[in-house]
Structure formats: C-alpha cells, structure tokens
Design a protein around this ligand. Structure first.
Ligand code: NDP
Length: 285
C-alpha cells in the first residue's frame, strides 16, 4: 500500500518557514510583501481559490488586496487595473484568477502583467526563463509537485518520468522542471498512442488531464511515485483527482491524495513567489 504524500502538511511547513522569513523581511525593510488578487465574475471554484489565497496571505503576514470585478468588466477596464497594479509599489505580486469571462482575452491580460510581478509565472518572459532554466519564479502547481516528489525521497536523476497532460500551466512546465532535475521525461496527451504502456514505464507519474479517476492501477508500475494534479467534481459533489486512488495506491510507493495533495502546495508556492518578488523589488530599488 502506497505512502501518502501529504500536501497539507508539506504546504504548512512551507508557509511556516515563509512566515518566519516574512517577519524578518518586515523588520529589516519596514514593509510587507504585497499580493493583489484579481477575480472577474462569479465562478464558484475561482471564489474558493481566491479566498484560500487571501487566507494564506493573512497567515504569513503579507499585505493583500482583492479586486473583485463584475462579469461585464471589459478587457480595457481589466487592462487599466493591471497597469495600476504594475505601478503600485505596495504590490509585488499580481495574480489574475483564471478562467476569465469569454469576452476577455486571457493572453492579452497575462502579457500586460509586469513579468517581475507575475507570481503565477504565466508571462512569456517567465515561461522562456523556465525553459532556459534561469528563472525567478516557478509556476505554482508544477513547483508544488516538485516539492512533493522531494518529500518522497526519490532522486530524479536518470529516472523515467511521465507527465500526462501538456497544458501551458501544468503539463509543459512540469516536464521542464523534471528535465532540469536530469530525469528522462515523456509527455503524453490526448493524441498519444499506447498511453497505458508509456505510463507503465514511469518511475514518477504526474497526471494532469482533467478527467475524473481516469488513471487506474493498471497504468502504474509497481513502486512508482504517483502525483495527481487533477481536481474534478463528481455529480455527488465529491472532489476527486485524475487518478483512481483506490486501485493506484495498491501499486504506487507514494501517492498524493485529492483533496490534500497538490492543491494546497499550489497556494504555498504562490506565497513563496510573492516573497521572492518582494525581495527582487528591493534589489531593483
Ligand atoms: P487542460 O484541460 O488545459 O489540459 C489537459 C491535458 O490533458 C491536455 O494536454 C490534454 O491533451 C490531456 N488529455 C485530455 N484527455 C486526455 C486523455 N484521454 N488521454 C491523454 N491526455 C489527455 O487542464 P490543466 O492542465 O489546466 O489541468 C489538468 C487538471 O489539473 C484539471 O483537473 C485541473 O482542475 C487540475 N488543476 C489542478 C491544480 C491544483 O492546484 N491542484 C492547478 C491547475 C489545474 P491535448 O493537449 O491533446 O488536448
């Protein structure tokens, strides 16, 4: 039976460390790291994420601002707000909660955020830096996954890692971070042939497909580390991952639960990026 990679506990450790570091930062510099969270519309899942981010800021001791805009906000209005936040010295990190309403082009908004304040690491400048391996911020979810893999104690060098999913926010940057750790990385997607056979070669399997409980135990090599990024709400409202926990945990050596795995790590990494952004702002003063 697999050991659980407890994202709640690891993320709490990360936040506790950040809290201590932030106390010192505030004492030394006379201001707190500041995060602005922008939410447009009434998506209930986005509201839950934004509330968690605000709570984490309070817990660690950051200054935080929430900008809740109505669904009918225009792209220009949102661009104006981003520009204002780009020029606000109290704000070191800007997070625009995705998805945005259909009439707003997400790429346009992401590109408007000052890369130095882009704590999600979605701006093309930061994406490019991640590719090269010389980065300031890591994208929060893949960075959280790396922390959980570290927790399993497995060394990634020379290991076969399979990432299922190739989105810009999870799959692609995840593959890059594993590659930077000298793993041999395979990326799978909806057009991949023999997905199961490829998954079965993985010493570390990261699943980010957005399909409830798709990856069952028969996809998993005995003793593999299995990281489930997925978050899917079943009809009975239960939150489940992309991995079928029950069957997968019989094969894996380590596995992340949903909830309580990657989700809390994502927020902890956002907090880490915010402190990094504040430190960088000091260097550039
Ligand atoms: P996307 O929908 O953007 O990407 C899904 C990827 O999975 C695509 O690359 C797609 O392939 C691939 N895929 C879909 N179906 C299959 C299939 N049958 N076989 C193989 N590959 C398939 O999702 P995200 O990357 O944004 O998110 C993935 C999951 O992670 C979701 O459940 C999401 O809710 C969750 N998530 C969780 C976070 C957290 O903090 N825990 C943060 C972000 C996301 P193709 O490119 O060919 O279409």
């Amino acid at each position: 039976m697999a050991k659980i990679l407890d994202g709640k506990a690891v993320s709490q450790r990360v936040k506790d460390d950040l809290k201590k570091e932030t106390e010192k930062f505030v004492k030394d510099n006379g201001f707190a790291p500041g995060l602005a969270v922008v939410i447009v519309g009434n998506d209930p899942a986005s509201r839950v994420y934004v509330n968690s981010k605000k709570r984490a800021c309070e817990e660690i001791g950051y200054y935080s601002e929430e900008h809740a805009l109505c669904e009918s906000t225009t792209e220009d209005e949102l661009l104006n707000l981003v520009e204002k936040l780009n020029n606000d010295d109290k704000i070191h990190g800007i997070l625009v909660q995705l998805p945005l309403p259909k009439h707003i082009n997400e790429e346009t908004i992401i590109n408007a955020i000052n890369p130095k304040k882009d704590v999600d690491a979605f701006h093309p400048v930061n994406v490019g830096k991640i590719m090269i391996g010389n980065f300031d911020f890591l994208p929060c979810t893949p960075a959280g996954v790396m922390e959980l893999i570290k927790e399993s104690g497995i060394s990634l060098e020379g290991k076969n890692c399979v990432v299922i999913g190739r989105s810009n926010i999870v799959g692609k940057p995840q593959a890059m971070l594993l590659l930077h750790k000298n793993a041999t990385v395979t990326i799978c997607h909806s057009k991949t042939k023999n997905l199961k056979e490829i998954a079965q070669t993985a010493d570390v399997l990261v699943v980010a497909v957005g399909r409830a409980q798709m990856i069952t135990g028969d996809y998993i090599k005995e003793g593999a580390v299995v990281i489930d990024v997925g978050m899917n709400r079943l009809e009975n409202k239960k939150l489940v991952g992309d991995v079928d926990f029950e069957s997968a945990s019989k094969k894996a050596s380590y596995i992340t639960p949903v909830p309580g795995g990657v989700g809390p790590m994502t927020i902890a990494m956002l907090m880490k990026n915010t402190l990094t952004a504040a430190k960088k702002a000091l260097e550039n003063k």
